[in-house]
Design a protein around this ligand. Sequence first.
Ligand code: DLL
Length: 434
Amino acid sequence: MGEAYFQKALETMPRRELEAIQLKGLKKTVRTVYDKVPFYRKKLKDLNIHPDDINSLDDLRRLPFTVKDDLRSNYPFGLSAVPLNEVAEIHASSGTTGTPTLGLYTLQDLDQWGDMMARCLVMSGMTKNDVFQITPTLGMFTGGFGFFYGARKVGATIVPASAGFTKRQIQYMLDFGTTMIAAIVSYLLRIAEVAAEMGVDLAKDTKVRKGIVGSEMWTPEMGKRICQIYNMDLYDIYGLTELCGPGVGNDCRIHDGVHLWEDHFIVEVIDPKTGEQLGPEEKGELVFTTIQKQAAPLLRYRTRDLSFLYDSLVCECGRTHRRMARIQGRVDDMIKVSGVNFWPSQVESVLMKQPEVGTEYLITITRRGSADHMIIKVEAKNKIGEDEAKKLAAKLSNELREVLIFTPEVIVVGPGELPRVEVGKAKRVVDERT
Ligand code: DLL
């Protein structure tokens, strides 16, 4: 059987055609926001840019950035380009503090979101024959609905379980014969624990063989563990509320980078400090310009997410849309301890390589006197004695020093001792210095 696509012509279109779509969409978007969104009109006028000045994709560089605070200060509808009676649905970011950032959609936006999601799901192996369990919340969070709209288009059997009630989730999997599951990454670990308590072996007793996950950073090492527990293939789906929700991109069966839907977004990578555009393979902050959205188009939206674009424009799967490396962290996640900068993903990679270690960890940064101090609490995979725990902690501390350059304090605790998250994203870093 050949490669399956949801929209073959669009997913495999020659780059030249793709770029023509991008230029047309860019011109239209700049024209729309200039005419309809006072915030952008002012910004463009201040920079002396008129929509007629956009003649090539290179002109993108001249456009102003949009940042999260612009969305907050224009909350709720200040950046909308359509009247409220054309907004068909509203979603909000999952953050628990501050003004939420919104996702606004016209009916056409919803339809296109469904298409992008369907492309991602088919890319992750979904067919009409799948029983698809959606474990992210179906509510203000974009996760649940995104998967729902996509799966509807593919025609799979949907189990819209939504978040939480883990025992019940597992029962649904068994009763309905779930074959594919969507989740926030850390929730698959929670399911695995509860399944073990219930005496359910996910690999043997369920039919779940495909997973599609995102919404938080995860390392390949963590992915490997999840695949083993479930005996499944795991796909990485990327997205954010401001752009549409999940479905901005997805990795294909080759599992080498996330294809970004370039007929809907123009992607750039910039140096987060200077705002300068970076080249392929250079790591920096992802910036997206929407080129099809009606309700809330965005120019050069700074995501704070860190990654790099692949140089190569060809992929064995036949898709021509550019790939990015999996998300490596967020600009704001970078932690500075005793003058050394690092990302939590570096810690996760080291921990998950150790077979004696479980999947839960918590990084706490405090001050001891005037110095920074980092404590990493990590669960052992199996019950562990005091001496053994100390030995393992010393080993981990040594391994971590190799990547962090300083020596963190490591405390190994027993399985199940660290707090769990049932609904929403895991919190793995606590900075007590601020
Ligand atoms: O988390 C949308 C989503 C739902 C994506 C379900 C995938 C699956 P927000 O709550 O607005 O939207 O959070 C967006 O989550 O800027 C990234 O920092 C992070 N993120 C999303 N997908 C991934 C991923 C949803 N695959 C923020 N890998 C983004 C790493 C991800 N981080």
